[in-house]
Design a protein around this ligand. Structure first.
Ligand SMILES: NC(=O)c1ccc[n+]([C@@H]2O[C@H](COP(=O)([O-])OP(=O)(O)OC[C@H]3O[C@@H](n4cnc5c(N)ncnc54)[C@H](OP(=O)(O)O)[C@@H]3O)[C@@H](O)[C@H]2O)c1
Length: 315
């Protein structure tokens, strides 16, 4: 297809930053749409990246921001909905608007981020909204080469999930765990980003949907134990029943910072695991959690803290 100029929505976030870095390394010219340029200023260190402040929910603003793109990557997503942004607006209406604008503007390539287990009849509002978007995008298959990615939980430097539990483990005498038997198949952010970039010009991926899941399946309890092991801080884990998991999430919804919602618990009703192998087309061997998390949690271990002090003392 010879694509050069990529416009990316959600490019300032955890996954987006990894995708943008890989796009730049592969020689693409990248425009990142962001609500506020400050959110994405870390990307300005990369060459060939342009930041454009844009309200992507304003059709005219989005139209002019997409103008001239060869391909669009949509990573925009939220884990908790609120009055300002609902799952329906962000996960359903926006992807359809993007597809329509691509059609109007003659942009032929669209990569879309969904989620493992997304389905119109999924167990949570989050998964249903992502599933509805996949179904709606299928209506544009005749005019647009769309590729959809459905990752399980994504880990890597700067992730929310592993870092949150690392910090709880460090600061609390025990970890109280919702849905301790829920299963995940965590996938490394660099592997996810690699798939996005490899698929851009790969005709065999046009019109395809790929699950992205790592090499191992963990229960939530086993995942937290793996983090404890990396940190060298074994702590008791108290698993909550389903009823108490919802009760805890309800209480957490009342906090000013949204860490967990009842909808998140509903998502965990279905195991986030895939029966598909990692897509061979992209030539990526997915990395295991245990081989990656020490790279970014190491500063939080007693030994890592010592090394950090030595570094800052220039010894
Ligand atoms: N992280 C995971 O484990 C995981 C797993 C499966 C699927 N996914 C999907 O992967 C995508 C990226 O996830 P992520 O973890 O990288 O998320 P993230 O770090 O929260 O980044 C999301 C990006 O979306 C933009 N955004 C958020 N809320 C917005 C709003 N109300 N209006 C406009 N823009 C908004 C933000 O850009 P600005 O602040 O620059 O505007 C942000 O950079 C999402 O679609 C998510 O559902 C993630």
């Amino acid at each position: 297809m010879g694509l050069k100029h990529i416009v990316i929505l959600g490019g300032s976030g955890f996954v987006g930053s990894a995708v943008v870095a890989k796009l730049v390394s592969a020689g693409y010219q990248v425009t990142v749409l962001t609500r506020r340029r400050e959110h994405a200023k870390h990307l300005l260190l990369l060459p060939a990246v342009k930041l454009t402040a844009c309200n992507v929910f304003d059709t005219q603003a989005l139209r002019s921001a997409l103008h001239g793109a060869d391909a669009v990557i949509n990573l925009l997503g939220i884990l908790h909905q609120g009055r300002k942004a609902t799952f329906s607006q962000v996960h359903e209406q926006l992807p359809v608007q993007i597809a329509k604008l691509c059609q109007d503007l003659g942009i032929k390539r669209l990569l879309h981020m969904s989620s493992l287990c997304a389905a119109p009849d999924g167990p949570s509002l989050y998964l249903r909204s992502k599933g509805n978007a996949e179904a709606a995008l299928a209506n544009y298959a005749a005019s647009l080469a769309i590729t959809v990615f459905r990752p399980s939980i994504i880990f890597g430097r700067g992730d929310r999930f592993i870092n949150l539990f690392a910090s709880l483990i460090k600061h609390l005498p025990a970890v109280v765990l919702v849905k301790p038997n829920a299963k995940f198949q965590p996938v490394w952010v660099e592997d996810v980003a690699g798939c996005f970039v490899a698929s851009l010009n790969e005709a065999a991926s046009f019109g395809r949907t790929y699950d992205l899941a790592g090499p191992n399946v963990y229960t939530f309890r086993a995942l937290v134990k793996a983090i404890m092991q990396t940190l060298g801080r074994p702590k008791p884990i108290v698993g909550l029943s389903d009823g108490l998991s919802y009760a805890q999430a309800f209480l957490m919804e009342c906090l000013p910072i949204k860490l967990m919602s009842r909808d998140n618990i509903s998502s965990m009703q279905q195991d986030s695991v895939s029966d598909q192998p990692f897509p061979a087309l992209f030539n990526i061997r997915p990395s295991a959690l245990e081989s990656v998390i020490p790279q970014y949690l190491i500063d939080q271990t007693p030994r890592g803290a010592y090394d950090r002090f030595r570094r800052t003392a220039a010894r």
